[in-house]
Design a protein. Structure first.
Length: 402
């Protein structure tokens, strides 16, 4: 009974106000990430009731599949298959195989193998979902056909070499394939992945650029390129890629967090705060996102807003030393010395190895006219390699020794 009440309360909290199909879908994905599959199914079903998009059916099918409800899964995959996305045909075949409907397994596996963007044959042949079907003569008949084009054989070889760990051979195969298929985005993506192993960011970026030149709507590649650009300090370009990816996949809310962090790096604190708080309104358990949002508010000189955000983060997770510290800095700037002191003490209790924490508590002591406490903390900060403490030690503590 208690579990049922919790489930109902969760649903009420997610559907208090009228919402769009996209809102329900996003929240469904969030709940699944929190291992709340029943809530997730309920929410994506609401999305379907408003607008029966193929991607919603495919997602709900995957949820049913995880719950071993293969009859419901296959119904939704059948709906999703009308989109033309070949992966749905593969999933239908897997469901029918598990349900031991060999005729339908045969039909849908053949349909999948007749389509594009197939998995390599060795992946299909080792898929446990087909374990029982392998004992049927239909399985043998399926593989008498030559389903794979030259391009697909190249990709299968690359996949195999990549799974082993890259070596010179994989580059030879990729380069050979690109001579025949120079405009294939998938080959350029594999080239990028291979060069990632070799820690060659220049070639990785070049490969991403070529992949997107030939297929600009690949949100997955946009995200990978954005991550690399971000790592290399090219934040504005990364932000552009994250924005384009979000335009293609507006349900990929995690990108708001990444874009928000990139905006912080270029001092666009107002927009960073908007991205981070919007992301956290969905991923409501992510206190870390609130920490970064609070930092953005602090850097935007919105001290009270920052305090409120750090406080909300600590309601989610009261073990975050960095949130106590940052809130303490806000209180210190507002001259709320006792409140700031309490936060600095909490931060130090949780993480006594951060010199900056001792440095700021030393400043707090100094404002409270406690020079002995201040000098003690600055000494600890210096010992923890926070060098800024030395200037105060010279100004204040050296006079005390005299």
């Amino acid at each position: 009974m208690r579990c049922f009440l919790i489930f109902c309360l969760t649903l009420i909290s997610t559907i208090t106000f009228p919402q769009s199909d996209l809102e329900y879908f996003i929240k469904s994905k969030v709940e699944e990430s929190y291992n709340k599959s029943d809530t997730s199914i309920y929410l994506v079903s609401k999305a379907i009731s408003i607008k029966p998009e193929f991607i919603y059916y495919s997602y709900r099918a995957s949820l049913y599949f995880k719950k071993n409800d293969y009859n419901k899964a296959v119904e939704d995959f059948l709906q999703a298959s009308q989109s033309g996305d070949n992966i749905n045909n593969y999933n239908i075949a897997k469901c029918y195989s598990i349900l031991q409907n060999w005729e339908q397994t045969n039909i849908w596996l053949r349909k999948y193998l007749s389509g594009n963007n197939k998995l390599p044959s060795n992946i299909i042949k080792t898929d446990s979902c087909f374990e029982t079907f392998k004992n049927n003569k239909l399985w043998t008949e399926v593989w008498k056909n030559n389903w794979y084009s030259n391009l697909e054989n190249y990709i299968a070889d690359i996949y195999y070499l990549y799974s082993k760990g890259t070596d010179a051979e994989i580059f030879d195969v990729i380069d050979s394939a690109l001579k025949y298929y120079p405009q294939n985005d998938e080959l350029w993506l594999w080239r990028a992945k291979a060069f990632e192993f070799g820690n060659n960011p220049k070639e990785v970026l070049l490969s991403f650029d070529n992949a997107l030149k030939f297929k600009p709507n690949r949100a997955d590649i946009l995200c990978m390129r954005a991550k690399l650009l971000n790592k290399n300090g090219k934040y504005k370009k990364a932000i552009t890629d994250y924005t384009n990816a979000l335009n293609i996949e507006p349900y990929n809310i995690q990108l708001l967090k990444e874009r928000g962090l990139a905006k912080t790096e270029i001092n666009d604190f107002k927009d960073a705060l908007e991205d981070l708080t919007k992301y956290q309104s969905y991923y409501y358990k992510d206190a870390n996102a609130l920490y970064y949002a609070g930092k953005a508010a602090y850097l935007n000189k919105s001290l009270q807003q920052a305090i409120d955000i750090f406080s909300n983060a600590l309601k989610i997770d009261n073990s975050l030393a960095n949130c106590y510290f940052e809130r303490g800095r806000c209180y210190l700037e507002e001259n709320k010395l006792d409140t700031a002191f309490n936060d600095f003490c909490m931060a130090i209790d949780l993480n006594p190895n951060d010199g900056e924490y001792f440095y700021y508590r030393g400043l707090n002591y100094f404002e409270l006219k406690n020079n002995i406490g201040a000098c003690s903390d600055w000494e600890k900060a210096k010992n923890l390699n926070f060098i800024q403490a030395e200037q105060y030690m010279l100004r204040v503590c050296s006079k005390m020794r005299k």
